[in-house]
Ligand binder design. Structure first.
Ligand SMILES: *Cc1c(COP(=O)(O)O)cnc(C)c1O
Length: 395
């Protein structure tokens, strides 16, 4: 059986998205900046894609900027809020320890440019609180950026409450909603979100297409300079096929959101129940306040990398953390922020599902994974010491 259980890393493009993209390659291939009819047909496609994103976010089309992905949207959001803050003499930014590297590395770059960054601690359940944000806000705070849902452990943050705190304090609020968009309801007005990033390839759209929502009146800084596309805020001929595919995928995901969540949640819970029955195994993040398709566990006494290789040999594509950190030997910054000791964080497994996964796949994993964990533990010198009581169990 071949199982793709790494949907937080990326997803398959849906048939609907592919169908929306196809005419943009050989029929509607004009440049939307051109005044002639072929160009104007492309411009119409662009406008309609913008309208779809605006509608599902409860935003206005002019508040939507297309980018090359979630990373670029995150960079542009943070750079824009920082520049705006600096002009008012406000150079303090609040974020969290478990953000995606597109946020954390941009913040590091801003620190070198003279900004001060406070990274909030992550409570054991993987959910930061609005009170933590409130307590960290200072008179010179220009931006709060907190992710909507974490890409490794899937925990959902109290976005409306954080938005409320920021609005009352007069501080801009950005959220990296790359894992949430198309999976959880988003209303930028009701949730007091000033800026938001999303990426199409996390909801069955194509790779290389993102959206930055920025509330009207918030001036965007360019990350890419050149032509006047995207109201002069993001140069470069628009990726019309990608943008049309992204909009079609987003529309489809938003329309079937409740149905998908109702399908995935019991499968997720069944897998969590079955796998946490393995001794010395712990679920990472709150069991309920998490994305419908996310399971993330630590198994004591084994290496996540060995587990992934054996799973792959059984046809199961999984991850030990985010795609960007897997491949390096450092344990996930998210699991460390959650308070997992290094040894435990090394034995992590992330299984992420979409509506394309089948219930039989969950049964197959419940059959295969406990056996692989036992096999790896039998071979592990660390497990031997744990069993002999030569070192204490940590979980
Ligand atoms: C995938 C991801 C990103 C990066 O998006 P790209 O489109 O791959 O650049 C940013 N933030 C989060 C939370 C993600 O999961």
């Amino acid at each position: 059986m071949n199982i793709y259980a790494d949907n937080a890393a990326t997803t398959a493009v849906s048939k609907t998205a592919l169908t929306a993209m196809m005419p943009c390659f050989q029929e509607v291939y004009g440049n939307p900046s051109s005044l002639h009819s072929p160009g104007q047909r492309a411009a119409e496609k662009l406008a309609s894609a913008r309208e779809i994103f605006a509608r599902h976010l409860n935003a206005q089309p002019r508040e939507i900027t297309f980018t090359s992905g979630g990373s670029e949207a995150d960079n542009q959001a943070l750079r824009s809020a920082a520049a705006l803050g600096a002009r008012k003499g406000k150079k303090h930014i609040i974020s969290t320890k478990f953000e995606h590297h597109a946020i954390l590395h941009t913040l590091q770059a801003l620190e070198k440019e003279g900004f001060e960054v406070t990274l909030l601690d992550i409570p054991p359940d993987g959910v930061v609180t609005a009170e933590q944000v409130k307590a960290a806000i200072r008179p010179d705070t220009c931006l709060v950026t907190v992710m909507f849902a974490n890409n490794e452990i899937g925990t959902i943050q109290p976005i409306p409450e954080i938005g409320q705190v920021c609005r009352e304090a007069g501080v801009l609020f950005h959220t990296d909603a790359v894992q949430a968009a198309g999976h959880l309801p988003i209303d930028v007005e009701a949730m007091h979100i000033d800026m938001l990033s999303l990426s199409a390839h996390k909801f069955h759209g194509p790779k290389g297409v993102g959206v930055l929502y920025a509330r009207r009146g918030i001036p965007l800084e360019n990350v890419i300079y050149g032509g006047a596309q995207e109201r002069g805020k993001r140069a470069g001929t628009e990726n019309i096929p990608g943008i049309c595919g992204a909009a079609a995928a987003f529309d489809e995901a938003c329309v079937s959101m409740e149905e998908n969540a109702a399908y995935l949640t019991p499968l997720r819970d069944k897998l969590i129940a079955g796998l946490t029955a393995i001794p010395h195994t712990v679920l990472n993040g709150d069991p309920v306040r998490r994305l419908p398709g996310n399971v993330n566990l630590c198994f004591e006494g084994i290496e996540g990398e060995s587990l992934l290789l054996l799973l792959d040999a059984k046809g199961i594509a999984a991850s030990s953390g985010s795609a960007c950190t897997s491949g390096s030997l450092d344990p996930s910054h998210v699991l460390l922020a959650l308070g997992r000791p290094h040894e435990v964080a090394h034995g992590s497994l992330r299984l992420t599902f979409s509506e394309y996964n089948k219930p039989e796949e969950i049964d197959y994993m419940l059959e295969v994974i406990p056996k692989i964990v036992s096999y790896l533990r039998e071979m592990s010198p660390v497990w031997d010491e744990l069993e002999k009581g030569q070192r204490p169990h940590l979980i």
